[in-house]
Design a protein around this ligand. Structure first.
Ligand code: NAI
Length: 215
């Protein structure tokens, strides 16, 4: 388990380890050397060792890592077995795509409700759930106690909606709206997701490559 305060940058790398290990497991790989794992992941072996040492360390000198054991340990560290309840707000283009394409259960969540403020969308089936009127959110939260809200609503609505949801007991936000929710609330976790940031980073990196080629 975690030794003291593990930095968020280490935690952010864990899902990637988890994903690579799952692929290895699916391919029938029983063990992998730290050198092979690092080459696959584009990290140094010492970075992997340092990351995993934050949780007690797992590999064995001369053996490497047992893929299944490490996969299961990382699942445990991430708490993926808990299946926390999640609701999604904003059943527009993005919200519907997330409902239809995200495998919530393998990531520790169960999607239990979809809400939208547009009455025309109420009743629309998205996957196995029907969109509900966001006017019913409070009652729903009181009854089902969701932990997490996925925000796929416009920027203008994000801050006030988050404040209301915290009052309803929401402990975590997966926030896609283009408003960066700050950690204004004690005991509430926020993950702001901006696909555009990743694209801008790609832009920078390509520009840098071109510059280097010209030098
Ligand atoms: P959309 O207009 O198709 O859907 C937004 C939905 O939210 C609508 O159905 C609307 O009725 C609903 N809504 C508005 N206010 C609400 C409230 N207070 N409670 C519940 N529902 C509410 O928009 P789209 O394309 O699905 O995008 C949603 C948001 O995500 C936009 O703000 C967009 O800018 C953002 N976005 C973010 C991305 C990212 O990487 N973070 C990528 C793409 C879009």
């Amino acid at each position: 388990m975690a030794k003291g305060n593990v930095s968020l940058s280490v935690v952010r790398r864990l899902p990637r380890y988890h994903r690579f290990l799952k692929d290895l497991l699916n391919a029938g790989t029983v063990r992998i050397s730290s050198g092979d794992l690092s080459a696959k992941m584009g990290l140094t072996a010492s970075q992997i060792r340092q990351d995993l040492n934050c949780f007690g360390g797992f590999g064995q000198q001369g053996y490497g890592y047992n893929v299944k054991d490490l996969y299961e340990e990382i699942s445990k560290i991430l708490g993926l077995g808990k299946h926390r309840k999640a609701i999604l707000l904003g059943a527009g283009n993005l919200g519907r795509a997330i409902v239809l394409h995200m495998d919530f259960s393998s990531r520790g969540f169960e999607l239990v409700g979809i809400f939208d403020s547009n009455p025309e969308l109420v009743g629309l089936k998205v996957g196995s759930l029907a969109v509900q009127d966001s006017a019913g959110l409070e009652d729903f939260c009181r009854q089902h106690h969701p932990d997490v809200a996925i925000l796929c609503i416009p920027k203008e609505a994000a801050k006030s909606t988050a404040a209301v949801l915290v009052r309803y007991g929401i402990r975590g936000f997966w926030n896609f709206s283009h408003y960066d929710l700050a950690l204004d609330y004690d005991g509430v976790a926020v993950e702001n997701v901006h696909l555009g940031d990743s694209l801008s980073t790609l832009c920078f990196r390509i520009n840098e490559l071109e510059k280097a080629e010209k030098e």
